[in-house]
Design a protein around this ligand. Structure first.
Ligand code: ZN
Length: 500
């Protein structure tokens, strides 16, 4: 290994030490920190992020990267690491300290305003702060620069290479196929799912969730689960990847699928190359691919028939008072109920994408300046009526429901849909590659699937770009067809739709 590359690795590891330490504090903040600790914790986190930023944007890093750029003695992996770091370095150096501080202040203001507005169910409380934030985001697009559309600059931050043009084509296809399909489903008789909302005691739910994580081979010697108000996964390197879950005693679904979802994210993080700690080759490739891993486990495995052939009797035995009279088939139908609704996070796996499309269209229009912040509630409500056929009552269940905009996260939402579509494409390939995958799941043998994901996706970290990775794994670029085929097969059977 040449000396410059070794210096580069040492520096990257040092920066990661700082970042992961901040992540530990962030995890603690969500899970254990007493509320009085909030003020000092914010200061501690700001100090660490300042140190990390200084270390990374130091001139020496630029000089080192310049020396390594195009160095023909580097291996493929080393070369890719350097390229990825160069990209982050170039992006970060486009921001002046002044801009970063302005943005950070605007985000704190927006978050507080959003929090208040949501509690008061009043968009007006949020609007001025959001306006300021949108203005800054538009400025940010110019700083970062773009080819076709300003929103591309933001999309690229979350999913490299993602553009308005490509997403518009993708979402048009989604609308074309999914809208009429969901319409056909809504015209049939709904399955009863009310037993999922009986009383399910916390402790018993917790035990069951832990069992599900163990079953999917989440490694508890390199992680742990806790409870938080919003479930999440966080990593301090591949050898310490933590998940949280949320337990609602009146809704069994929340715990089960948040456990499996976060478990999927965590398996990805635990499967990254621990020896490459601190380097891009040990980091997840993109948010979309990350989400593909959580969705694959949550939907393709966790909402599948084989999974419940394996687990339903166990669940019934834990909650006999609620489930003894519910058959496995009734349960399977209930957990796959398709029903247009107001809130994205509790949407089913089909109508979910309409929620994402609405946000994509609104964000694009805000960033290009074709709509104004003050018109958001009206536009939001119109789109919900249009795409989902639901009437928005109050703003907390409408335009104010998601935290993302208050964080300044514009361009984030599409990764949720893109992730689901990647998941369908990956899972279709896994089913081809792994003989009798369903039978294996039914017998509780998850290793072949996990090994397949490890080998094809996890272990590569950022060595390939998202699109490249998809081509390597499945032989083609992201193709919505796989999601639609999966949806058609599953829901035609579930709702006994007549073939067209
Ligand atoms: Zn997720």
């Amino acid at each position: 290994m040449n000396k410059e590359y070794k210096d580069y690795c040492d520096l990257m590891r040092k920066i990661s030490d700082v970042n992961y330490s901040a992540a530990v504090l962030g995890w603690d903040q969500e899970v254990y920190m007493p509320s009085a600790g909030a003020k000092d914790r914010a200061g501690q986190l700001a100090t660490l992020s300042g140190i990390s930023h200084e270390l990374f944007t130091d001139k020496n890093v630029g000089t080192l990267l310049k020396k390594l750029h195009g160095d023909s003695s580097l291996s493929f992996k080393e070369k890719r690491n350097v390229e990825e770091t160069e990209k982050s370095y170039t992006d970060l150096s486009k921001y002046s300290t002044e801009f970063v501080m302005k943005m950070s202040r605007a985000v704190s203001e927006a978050y507080q305003a959003w929090d208040k507005a949501k509690k008061e169910k009043n968009f007006e409380v949020f609007a001025p702060a959001l306006e300021k934030l949108v203005e800054l985001k538009r400025e940010e697009c110019e700083l970062l620069s773009y080819k076709d559309h300003p929103y591309d600059a933001l999309l690229d931050q979350y999913e490299r290479g993602s553009t308005v043009k490509e997403l518009s084509i993708l979402f048009e296809e989604v609308k074309l196929h999914l809208v009429p399909f969901v319409k056909r489903i809504s015209e049939t008789k709904q399955n009863d799912a009310s037993f999922l909302n009986l009383f399910y005691p916390k402790d018993k739910q917790w035990e069951f969730g832990i069992d599900l994580l163990k079953q999917m081979k989440y490694d508890f010697s390199a992680g742990r689960q806790d409870v938080s108000s919003h479930p999440f996964t966080t990593s301090f390197g591949p050898r310490d990847v933590r998940v949280t879950t949320r337990i609602n005693e009146n809704d069994l679904s929340e715990m089960i699928w948040s456990c499996i979802h976060e478990g999927g994210h965590a398996l990805y993080e635990q499967g990254l190359d621990a020896e490459e700690y601190g380097l891009p080759s040990s980091e997840a490739v993109s948010l979309g691919i990350h989400e593909s891993q959580s969705r694959l486990w949550e939907n393709h495995v966790g909402r599948g028939e084989s999974y419940w052939k394996l687990n339903y009797k166990k669940l019934q035995a834990i909650f006999p008072e609620n489930l003894a009279s519910v058959s496995e088939e009734q349960f399977y139908k209930a957990i796959n109920q398709v029903k247009p609704s107001l809130v994205r996070t509790s949407a089913d796996e089909l109508t979910y994408h309409f929620h994402v499309i609405i946000r994509f269209e609104i964000e694009k229009a805000l960033i290009e300046g074709s709509i104004q912040v003050k018109d958001l509630p009206r536009i939001w409500n119109e789109k919900y009526l249009n795409y989902l056929g639901v009437k928005v009552g109050s703003a907390d269940k409408g335009v104010l429901q998601d935290i993302h905009w208050s964080h300044g996260s514009f361009g984030y939402f599409p990764t949720y849909s893109v992730g689901s579509f990647y998941a369908a494409q990956f899972y279709a390939k896994a089913q081809k590659d792994i003989p009798s995958l369903n039978e294996k799941i039914e017998s509780g043998n998850f290793m072949p699937l996990l090994e397949w994901l490890r080998k094809n996706i996890h272990v590569h970290g950022k060595l390939y770009l998202p699109e490249e990775l998809c081509v390597r794994v499945t032989g083609e670029k992201l193709n919505f067809k796989y999601f639609m085929e999966y949806a058609r097969a599953k829901y035609t059977h579930l709702y006994q739709l007549k073939p067209l």
